[in-house]
Design a protein around this ligand. Structure first.
Ligand code: C2E
Ligand code: MG
Ligand code: MG
Length: 803
């Protein structure tokens, strides 16, 4: 008998268990048909079939069908993840019940009729009893189903772990089934002692049946555990829908189906790798993108021991899982078989699985493309596109990352590189820079350490960062650098360019890496000041000087703004007659805090900072207006000389400013002479010659100042449109004792006279010097022997005395 019961339970359970594997409408149809059959059979079998298992344990056919119905209905609800379908179940129960009732009633009526053929002699009383019982059974089934669902919902809302939820569900299922066994006879036959004894006497059979049908439910939970977990996580039952119209229900179900369908489509087709992973790293579900990114093949995904974390590498020691289940975890990772593919992995807790362990949603974004773009962008941001060398930004980064280890910086500035661009065009300029970069890089590769760096830090500036302070190594590097620039750069057959460089070196054991750049720059500045093409090494004093320069620049700006500059005049005399014939305008600055500052100190700063334009304009205007004033006062035949810096001359505005001044003040151009130094002319010959010619056309005199200090060649004098040369005071200072100097001075005077230049000698301090230069035939003299630079009032006094 027990075997028979087991066989029946199995046959009743196999179908619904199989149906849970189906999907969508097909699953529902199978369930509905099956439930209808159970109800139909149950309606009749309850009366004609019973299974005596043991003494006092009898299982009736009706009970068996009822148990199978309840078990199937519960399984259906779980598989569908919604009590929604209960509405149809209820309708189905009502329909089948109505059919059973009418069939039973019909049978009962037929049996009572005389003409009925009743070969087995079935008594009509049997149907008289069963008809109301069928009706009652139907009502109870519906109520019990609702009760069971209600209990499920309460358990679900308590958020108990799935294992406990499963246990509670099965217990309540068995409880309701046993409850039916008690309630049904009591309601059907009334409460009296006889019935109560009968009911409790037959309780054993009901319990066995309830337990027997709990088994398939347990099998479902174990076998289809994810479906059960999904059911637990699904929305709680919408009670109002049980009473709403079919159209509403259908709409709601369609939406729900669509949502599920879409969700599934999104999951499957997402380009983002998605997986639901359990605590041990096993992917309960993973989409194609996830499998592809991790390079997991299908067989591997089905392997029980698979741990997806073995295919994900974290860049640092960060732990994989969130510390608390509610925490969201996001990290850059590398994934795949060789852990080469970069990605962003987010792990979000996704509730507990069947065993009560936490599960997680792994979402993986492939950032290989972004990474390569990022690498490219980083490369572009840190490299110079022309030469391919690291740029200033890269050098700063390296310097910032240097600890206080020994290091040296060699800063290389190409001399007069602007001329290459101006003369031959930017294409040639680029070519030259590339050629130099290649030559310097060869030094880095062949002579230096791998960690040493060569950068292009500006238009025509390169820098070597060496991880050493060793003097001999540095000297060798410097020699190599200079040697690399020795040979010309061949642009084409007819054009070869030779470039020299000025170099600043900073080398330190103690100084902070961020200071080394500033120090090398100060050394470079010093080298440039000394001589183009020279090398200077940083010393402490350069920082002080650099700070002083900065301070001086600020004060100078302030002085210009507050009209604190003055113009003094140093008288110039005819070398033979010693008559006053002119004056050199010299700017004077007395700062309220610093005191008197020599133009030799502040003019270079003004040139660097661009303040020279304002100073130049001021001196020019003051000189012209003073000159005009003196002319009006009747002091004729006086030429006033004004010093003009190279940067001032090249600013592009000089000639128009000068023209304006002359017009504004009415000072005749013929009475004005501008002094430029040799280097102003020689460094930008092509640019300066047209400018000077224009000035000459205006009628101005042009004097080459400090003549003889920079270049010993006189050949350029042939081309230069100047009117006079001013022999530098360094020539005169050792005259007449220094015979060589004396010979040189007389040679210069002679040559200049031949070339029809006027010769002015400056720095005449003694009578002997005066006599010597007068004898040599120079035209004008200027110096402390006569007078230094005088304030305007003192100079006017001199003018008065002279007239
Ligand atoms: P410089 O143009 O060669 O000016 C002559 C310098 O020699 C002046 O120095 C002057 O005071 C000084 N000096 C004159 N006679 C003697 C002498 O007998 N012995 C000695 N030892 N020195 C003498 P200062 O005024 O200090 O000017 C220095 C330089 O500053 C000038 O050299 C000039 O290059 C520049 N400078 C002065 N004023 C201006 C200006 O207004 N504009 C520009 N661009 N530069 C100026
Ligand atoms: Mg001068
Ligand atoms: Mg001079």
């Amino acid at each position: 008998m027990l075997l028979l019961l087991i066989l029946q339970i199995i046959s009743f359970s196999l179908f619904p268990l199989y149906f849970t594997m189906l999907h969508g409408p097909s699953r529902r149809t199978h369930f509905y048909v099956y439930i209808a059959i159970l109800l139909l059979i149950g309606g009749f079998m309850g009366n004609v079939y019973s299974l005596p298992l043991a003494e006092g344990i009898v299982i009736s056919g009706g009970n068996l069908c009822y148990g199978a119905f309840m078990m199937t209905a519960v399984m259906f609800v779980w598989a569908e993840r919604d009590a929604f379908i209960l509405r149809h179940l209820v309708r189905l129960v009502v329909l089948v019940d109505l059919f059973n009732i009418s069939f039973s009633y019909l049978t009962q009526t037929i049996l009572k009729s005389d003409k009925a053929i009743n070969t087995h002699g079935v008594p009509s009383a049997l149907f008289e009893i069963s008809t109301p019982l069928i009706a009652l059974g139907g009502v109870l089934i519906i109520l019990e189903l609702l009760l069971l669902l209600f209990i499920f919902e309460i358990i679900k809302r308590k958020n108990v772990v799935p294992v406990w939820a499963a246990a509670l569900y099965i217990t309540s299922f068995a409880f309701v089934l046993v409850l039916d066994g008690i309630a049904f006879p009591l309601i059907a036959f009334g409460i009296n002692s006889q019935i109560v004894t009968l009911v409790f006497g037959g309780l054993g059979g009901k319990i066995v049946m309830a337990l027997a049908f709990s088994v398939p439910l347990a099998v479902f939970i174990l076998w289809r555990r994810q479906a059960f977990v999904d059911y637990l996580e699904a929305e709680t039952v919408r009670w109002r829908l049980l009473a709403s119209s079919s159209t509403d229900l259908i709409r709601e179900m369609t939406i729900k189906d669509q949502d599920l369908y879409r969700g599934d489509i999104v999951f499957r087709n997402s380009t983002e790798g998605l997986a639901i992973v359990d605590k041990s790293g096993f992917p309960l579900k993973a989409n194609k993108a996830f499998r592809d990114m991790l390079e997991l093949d299908k067989e591997l995904v089905n392997e029980e021991k698979l741990d997806v974390r073995d295919f994900i590498a974290l860049g640092d020691s960060t732990a994989f899982f969130p510390r608390t289940p509610s925490e969201h975890w996001r990290h850059e990772v590398t994934v795949g078989g060789r852990m080469k593919r970069p990605g962003i992995l987010s792990i979000t807790p996704a509730g507990k699985d069947f065993k009560g362990d936490e599960t997680y949603v792994y979402s993986l974004i492939d950032i290989a493309e972004q990474k390569s773009t990022q690498v490219q962008l980083e490369y572009l941001a840190s490299h110079d596109h022309l030469t391919g060398l690291p740029n200033r930004r890269a050098l700063d980064k390296t310097l910032a990352g240097l600890q206080s280890s020994p290091h040296s910086l060699i800063m290389i500035d190409l001399d007069r590189f602007g001329d290459v661009n101006d003369s031959y065009g930017h294409d040639v300029g680029d070519h030259v820079l590339q050629a130099i970069a290649t030559r310097l890089d060869q030094i880095r590769v062949s002579q230096l350490q791998p960690q040493d760096q060569l950068c292009r830090i500006g238009g025509d500036e390169f820098a070597f960062l060496l991880h050493t302070t060793d003097k001999s190594l540095l000297e060798r590097a410097l020699a190599d650098i200079r040697a690399s620039l020795d040979s010309t750069i061949e642009i084409n057959d007819s054009l070869h360019v030779l470039v020299t460089a000025t170099i600043g070196v900073s080398s330190s054991l103690q100084s902070r890496p961020q200071d080394i750049f500033r120090q090398a720059d100060a050394a470079l500045y010093e080298a440039k000041r000394f001589r183009r093409g020279s090398v200077s090494t940083y010393e402490e004093r350069l920082t002080l000087e650099s700070q002083q320069r900065t301070r001086l620049a600020v004060r100078l700006k302030d002085a210009i703004a507050n009209d604190r500059l003055e113009v003094h005049y140093q008288p110039q005399f005819d070398a033979t007659t010693h008559e006053l014939c002119g004056a050199e305008a010299l700017v004077r600055w007395t700062d309220p805090e610093i005191g008197i500052v020599s133009p030799a100190d502040f003019i270079p700063i003004a040139e660097e900072t661009g303040l020279i334009e304002a100073i130049g304009a001021f001196v020019l205007e003051r000189t012209c207006s003073d000159g005009r004033e003196w002319l009006r006062a009747g002091y004729r035949g006086i030429t006033l000389s004004v010093n003009v810096s190279a940067s001032q001359l090249r600013s592009g505005r000089f000639i128009s400013t000068l023209d304006q001044m002359l017009k504004k003040t009415g000072f005749p151009a013929e009475s004005l002479c501008i002094e430029i130094t040799e280097s102003t002319y020689l460094e930008r010959e092509n640019e300066v010659i047209p400018l000077l010619s224009e000035l000459r056309n205006l009628g101005l005199g042009i004097a080459i100042d400090d003549f003889g200090t920079k270049y010993s060649s006189l050949s350029y004098l042939v081309e230069i449109p100047c009117t006079s040369i001013k022999i530098d005071r360094s020539f005169v200072s050792r005259i007449p004792n220094d015979i060589k100097q004396a010979d040189l001075t007389s040679a210069i005077v002679k040559l200049a006279t031949i070339m029809s230049f006027k010769v002015v000698v400056e720095g005449v301090e003694t009578k002997a010097q005066l006599d010597f230069v007068t004898a040599e035939g120079c035209d004008m003299v200027q110096g402390f022997y006569f007078a230094g630079a005088l304030a305007k009032s003192d100079f006017v006094e001199r003018l008065q005395r002279a007239s």
